[in-house]
Every structure is written in structure tokens, then in C-alpha cells.
Design a binder for this molecule. Sequence first.
Ligand code: GRF
Length: 193
Amino acid sequence: MPRKRVAVLISGRGSNMASLIAAAKHDDYPAAIALVVSNRPDAAGLEHARGEGIATAVVDHTRFGKDREAFERALHDVLTANRIDLVCLAGFMRLLTPWLVGQWQGRMLNIHPALLPAFKGLHTHARALAAGVTTHGATVHFVSSEMDSGPIIAQAEVPVLAGDTPDTLAARVLEAEHRIYPQALRQVAGSKL
Ligand code: GRF
């Protein structure tokens, strides 16, 4: 089976993107990272992707003002021009409209730093600590038009430890993210789409 061409969409640091790039270096991995797209020209992850010899693109949402669909059409055009099969959102900080989600239904993955359906949205680690949960974690799921709600592909649990701060908990969850995102992409890319 030919390797699926994957675009990773980022807005910042790109550590999950880097974990996908590293996994895709293995000969038996069913996906190739063909493109990294950022909505922010200054995203640190772009530098890493370029250093790995991966094509990058910037679709700067600020150029489209309040016209969310124009931004998404530009993004979609970049993806189709690059013959992308699968899209991985990795810290991509834009809410998507039902139009773009519909274009990529079943072919767009996201990673969320919590055990969905718990703690959708932002600041998940602080909220998990405030709620007093003893187990937290990360989820990879298909993207649906409702935020952080699509079918779950993989989850990893991490313990919440005494004395945890949002930062120490985030670091523990991030290690789990870097493990499960490549596994989830392997699973999806290796199956018939
Ligand atoms: C990760 O915690 C991811 O789960 C969330 O945003 C963060 C992005 O980090 N959606 P990075 O850019 O992958 O390092």
C-alpha cells in the first residue's frame, strides 16, 4: 500500500508534529509527512520542519480578517495542491467551520491534552487540577464539527501526582501525547480510508 501523504497543521511549538516526523522515518510506517502548514508565520515548529527537509506553508489567518471561510478555502487549496490524504492537527489553534471539517471527514485527526470527553477546550491541565481528578491524559480523535468531540482513536492515561502544577502535569501529558499520536496515525493510515 502506498504511504499516505500527511499534512500536519500547527500554530506554535510543534512538538507533536516532531513526534510524527520522527515516527514517519521508519520504513514500515504507513504515512509520510508531506507538508507542515502553520497559520502563524512565526510558529517555532516551521523551523524544525524545514530542518527535516519537509515542505512548509503559511496560511496566515490574519490576512483574511473575519472571513473564516476564505481562510479555510486557502488552507484547503494548499492541502489539495499537495495531494494530501490525511490531516493531523497538532496544536493548531483555529476553530474550524463545518465546511472544512466536512471536506476532511474521516481524514482529519486532532490531539487533545485531556481524556475526552472530560475537559474539552483550553487550559485542560489547570482545570483537571482544580477538579481534583487523580487520572488525566491525552486523546487522539477524528475531527467533527463540534469541538473536541469526534470519534476517539487512541487515549493514554497519566497519573496526577501530589504537588503537580499545570506545568508539571502538562509535561507528563505531553510525553503521552508524543507516544499516542504516532500510534493513532499509524492505525488510521494503515487502514483503508
Ligand atoms: C498539545 O498539548 C496538544 O495536545 C494541544 O496543543 C499542544 C500543542 O503542543 N492541542 P505542540 O505544539 O505539539 O508542542
